[in-house]
Ligand binder design. Structure first.
Ligand code: GDP
Length: 176
């Protein structure tokens, strides 16, 4: 193992939310600093990894994307299994994706690790003119659900890094 491959903790994290909200682009932005304007990116892989320095620890994040399984809400249990972090993503320009956040969160709580740390992520904030769901609504939902909240743009890279830092920070707080 080379020096650059060393890490203190390995965390499985998952991206859930309706089809088209930007999960794949959040993954590619975070893990590869790339963005793809085409509808279905061709990454093919079910997960990507990245090692980040967070709170003086080297954290290896293994980030799983649904690979299209979410289209018919057919995500299989192995996808959730062992996940200690979850980004529950909606599109701020599409209300139906926001309304489904509760259901995704419920699935995460049922099938992921019992101590899973979830964050609600309102994506595509670069599309300010098309915004339908306000920041306030997002915050309120997250408060009611007892999870963190952040708004992002995978396109402009706004708050992507911060979303992962928030989740990992909370996981570390729970790690003895
Ligand atoms: P997924 O189905 O949830 O994985 O969503 P994708 O990552 O495939 O994105 C669906 C579409 O939304 C694609 O056309 C992306 O280019 C676009 N998209 C994703 N994130 C953003 C964003 O932050 N801003 C904008 N404007 N478009 C985005």
């Amino acid at each position: 193992m080379s020096f650059d491959d060393r890490f203190d903790f390995l965390y499985k994290m998952i991206l859930v939310g309706d089809s088209g909200v930007g999960k794949t682009n959040i993954l590619t932005r975070y893990c590869k600093d790339e963005f793809n304007l085409e509808n279905r990116s061709t990454i093919g892989a079910e997960f990507a990894t990245k090692i980040s320095d967070i709170d003086q620890k080297k954290i290896k994040i293994q980030l799983w994307d649904t690979a299209g399984q979410e289209r018919y809400r057919s995500i299989t249990v192995p996808f959730y299994r062992g996940a200690v972090g979850a980004l529950v993503v909606y599109d701020v320009t599409k209300r139906s994706t926001f309304e489904n956040v509760k259901r995704w969160l419920k699935d995460v709580k049922e099938h992921a690790d019992e101590n899973v740390v979830a964050i609600i992520v309102g994506n595509k904030i670069d599309l300010a003119q098309a915004r339908i769901v306000s920041t306030e609504e997002g915050k309120e939902l997250a408060e009611r659900q007892g999870v963190a909240f952040i708004e992002t743009s995978a396109l402009s890279a706004t708050n992507i890094e911060e979303a992962f830092r928030s989740v990992v920070g909370d996981i570390l707080l729970r790690t003895p």
